[in-house]
Design a protein around this ligand. Structure first.
Ligand code: GFB
Length: 315
């Protein structure tokens, strides 16, 4: 059987590398990738030349400028410009070179700050966004709408998946720029090594977050690529959430930290809750398989291995 030629845009990031691992297990794909040094996805002509040369039939769009709450709120221009540019370049170059199918990855932050919980897909554009990640959210909404518009106007199968907060192998462990799980793994690990009596977590500890292990997202993406008539966008979540304080205790247990957990209320909380309604995706036959406890163990083992090999990502 002829393999489908698949371009994974952004294969060196946490999501892209999970997609690459999953694609390599699925023998139906012949996977194409390009490092940032080989291809600057913010350069439209370079994108077009690459796609013309490689001629993928299918694209998964995992390239993005991402970061946690502090990074998003400190660098809104970078988050908006980079992500808008990536979306318009990759979608348009794919269309111009005859790509038949494209899956665009967004984020649960596209929904209004005070959306009903769990958040259905229909909540999109029904209210104001959470200010700490408005720039990123607007770029992701634009990307989703771009795919839907190309599908409507040109009949190409460009569609989107909106994952909840992700974590897992190859995460970014920068102390300020990372998301909460890698941020806490790093902080609790150092505190254990240095025998510190307490660790501060950001905000009030009360926000609720849903976390999905990145390999589950990768399996959901390939599931979506196999649907004949996928929704324009679909939520990809775990199905339940935890408070940030509960999460901090779980990370402390995973790392083996036994000191106190205190709150640093000078840092922002962000949106109070963002639990996705995943009934649409589940109705197509997909469910996640890694629970938070197991996922944290896998992520911490990866952190330790990366640290020992001096290849910890800290961007
Ligand atoms: O993961 P996080 O940065 O993303 O923060 P968001 C989640 C919650 O954890 C917030 C708290 O309430 C933080 O205040 N938190 C506690 C910490 N300690 C820490 C810490 O050490 N580091 C971090 N980062 N947070 C992101 C968006 O929002 O969600 C992105 O900024 C993206 O755009 C992502 O969409 C999915 O869930 O608040």
């Amino acid at each position: 059987m002829k393999k489908r030629r698949l371009f994974i845009a952004g294969h060196t990031g946490m999501v892209g590398s999970a997609l690459l691992r999953e694609a390599q297990c699925r023998e139906v794909f012949d996977t194409v990738t390009a490092t940032r040094a080989q291809l600057d996805l913010r350069d439209f002509n370079a994108c077009l030349a690459f796609m013309e040369e490689q001629r993928p039939e299918c694209v998964i769009f995992a390239a993005a400028k991402v970061g946690g709450i502090l990074s998003n709120s400190t660098y809104p221009a970078d988050f908006l410009y980079d992500n808008l540019t990536l979306a318009s370049n990759i979608v348009h170059a794919s269309f111009k070179t005859g790509v038949q199918r494209l899956l665009f990855l967004g984020s649960s932050c596209i929904y209004p700050k005070l959306a009903p919980q769990p958040i259905p897909e229909s909540a999109l554009l029904t209210g104001p966004l959470e200010p700490t990640n408005e720039a990123y959210a607007i770029a992701k909404i634009a990307g989703l709408k771009l795919c839907a518009a190309y599908r409507k106007q040109h009949g190409v199968l460009f569609h989107s998946a909106m994952p909840t907060n992700l974590y897992g192998l190859g995460d970014n462990y920068h102390p300020d720029h990372s998301h909460v799980i890698p941020g806490l793994i790093h902080r609790f690990h150092l505190a254990t090594e240095q025998q510190l009596p307490e660790v501060a977590i950001w905000g009030t500890g009360t926000p609720l977050r849903e976390f999905l292990y990145v390999d589950d997202l990768a399996s959901a993406c390939f599931h979506l690529l196999n649907l004949d008539n996928p929704p324009d966008w679909v939520n990809v979540g775990y199905g339940s959430d935890v408070s940030i304080l509960e999460l901090a205790h779980s990370v402390a247990r995973t790392v083996g930290y036994q000191g106190r957990i205190v709150l640093d209320s000078s840092k922002p909380d962000g949106t109070p809750r963002k639990l996705l309604d995943t009934s649409l995706l589940r109705s197509t036959g997909w469910t996640p398989s890694v629970n938070l406890e197991d996922g944290l163990k896998l992520a911490y083992a990866d952190y330790q291995a990366a640290k020992a090999a001096n290849r910890l990502r800290s961007l």
